[in-house]
Design a protein around this ligand. Structure first.
Ligand code: ISE
Length: 340
């Protein structure tokens, strides 16, 4: 029997996942959807043969919902995740798990009380073939001991004209880098400090956002991580990463597109959105999540991973407000979340 999914949040990200479930993931079916904007959830429900439910908590409790997917507004993730865990449902929650580390800790408490892993966080880069290959190269020791990570995260402009605030640069976007860096250099090497530095802002970003921002992190093992987040870069969706080791360096490849030489220029396309850049990663992420739910053993990014990323985002906020390098004090990783 296919896994019956109840979906909360049917905006752009939600519709992308629902489209994938319908077109390329045979093991699952969306049976119910809910959105703060009911006209949107009704339209989506109609297009995918599901029912629209006004109360998301009613959707979570519904007997015909085996698992809940959450792609709603970031500050609502905690409440829906806890409710789904307490209802004994498997949960896939888009990043950020919560926009505060305290919210993540409450989710972790609920999950530990449930006695088994029920939740996976939508850190889809862990399923991207380029990042997976980069990780393997590092794990095989080909570049020696990792010393420095340089990464850039650039958006053409926020999706759907969304309003972005300075805090969201870390809580909504850089959380990907905070997570994928651990995936690359070792999940156990957590962060000990963060500093956020802001150059002058782009003319395009409005008053509530400092854009771009630079973040410098230090890990327990002394790796230095240098990150750039830029929401309004104007030219495309551009994700780069280079890990420098003591024997060499390894980088994400540039996604390949036809090269056109014309009028004295040599050019190739840069994709405009993350849906295109990470299209395959989103599909693999869902396939592997659904298979793991069916096996009853969740192996993808955990609430602990969500907590680490949110704790770094909180330190970035404090650094922006104080101008200081901020220590990151994580709780000890509970046994429950330690990888075998
Ligand atoms: C968005 O929510 C994502 O997850 C994208 O991967 C990221 O690039 C973008 O900046 C976020 O807003």
């Amino acid at each position: 029997m296919p896994l019956r999914i109840g979906f909360i949040g049917t905006g752009g990200m939600g519709q992308h996942h629902i489209g994938n479930i319908r077109s390329v993931i045979p093991g699952a079916q969306v049976v119910a959807v809910s959105d703060a904007d009911e006209s949107v959830s009704r339209a989506v429900a109609q297009s995918c043969g599901a029912r629209s439910v006004s109360d998301p908590y009613e959707l979570i409790r519904a007997d015909d919902v085996d698992a809940v997917m959450i792609a709603s507004w970031d500050p609502t993730h905690e409440g829906f995740s806890v409710a789904a865990i307490e209802a004994g449902k498997y949960v896939f929650c888009e990043k950020p798990l919560s926009d505060t580390p305290e919210g993540c800790l409450r989710i972790m408490e609920a999950e530990q009380k449930a006695g088994k892993r029920l939740l996976q966080v939508g850190f889809m880069r862990r399923f991207d073939p380029d990042y997976r290959e980069l990780r393997e190269v590092i794990a095989r020791g080909e570049i020696g001991i990792p010393l420095v990570v340089h990464a850039q995260h650039r958006n053409l402009a926020p999706a759907g004209g969304a309003k972005i605030t300075s805090d969201m640069s870390a809580t909504n976007a850089l959380v990907h880098e905070f997570d994928i860096t651990r995936f690359l250099i070792g999940d156990d090497d957590t962060y000990i400090s963060a500093q956020l530095v802001a150059p002058r802002s782009s003319r395009f970003c409005g008053d509530d956002l400092i854009d771009p921002q630079l973040v410098y992190l230090e890990t327990k093992n002394g790796v230095r991580v240098e990150l750039e987040i830029y929401w309004y870069c104007q030219y495309g969706y551009d994700i780069r990463c280079e890990v420098v080791g003591d024997l060499g360096t390894a980088s994400l490849p540039t996604p390949s597109h036809t090269v056109v030489r014309r009028n004295g220029l040599c050019a190739s396309k840069i994709v405009p959105t993350w849906q295109e850049r990470f299209g395959e990663a989103y599909i693999t992420e869902l396939r592997e999540w659904i298979a793991s739910v069916q096996d009853g053993i969740i192996t993808g990014p955990s609430a602990w991973d969500g907590y680490v990323a949110s704790a770094v985002a909180a330190a970035c906020r404090e650094s922006r407000l104080t101008g200081q390098i901020v220590p990151i004090q994580l709780i000890d990783c509970p046994e429950f979340y330690k990888k075998p």
